[in-house]
Write a protein that binds this ligand. Sequence first.
Ligand code: THU
Length: 129
Amino acid sequence: MTPEIQKELISLAIESRQIAYAPYSNFLVGAALLTVDGSIYTGCNVENTSYGLCICAERTAICKAVSEGHQEFQAIAVAANPFATPCGACRQFIVEFGKQIEVIAVDANNPEHVKNWVIEELIPENFKF
Ligand code: THU
């Protein structure tokens, strides 16, 4: 992934965060997912009054992409403030599609604060059926 594409993913994740539906936690999260063919799917968290039904931004983006015919991914950016890394459920959801997918976490209010991993580093010894 080029630095330009990383920048684009970061800015799309920050933008998507603005439309998150998070009236219960007030914790807005945005994500931008890069497919191997270069298309990008965004996502935000969507909460529910039945708290257990809340969906994270990363999983929203992955479900959007898969439901549009994509199953191979290069990278996913996630933006929050304060800075946050993907939750365990999202890590499992990402690694389903490849151990080498790059994960970029960014502080939405300070885009200079960025960390990069490959998903395998965030969920070692991951479950595989
Ligand atoms: N959240 C995400 O969107 N992604 C994560 O990786 C962690 C948590 C959301 C879920 C919930 O709407 C809010 O952040 C607070 O947990």
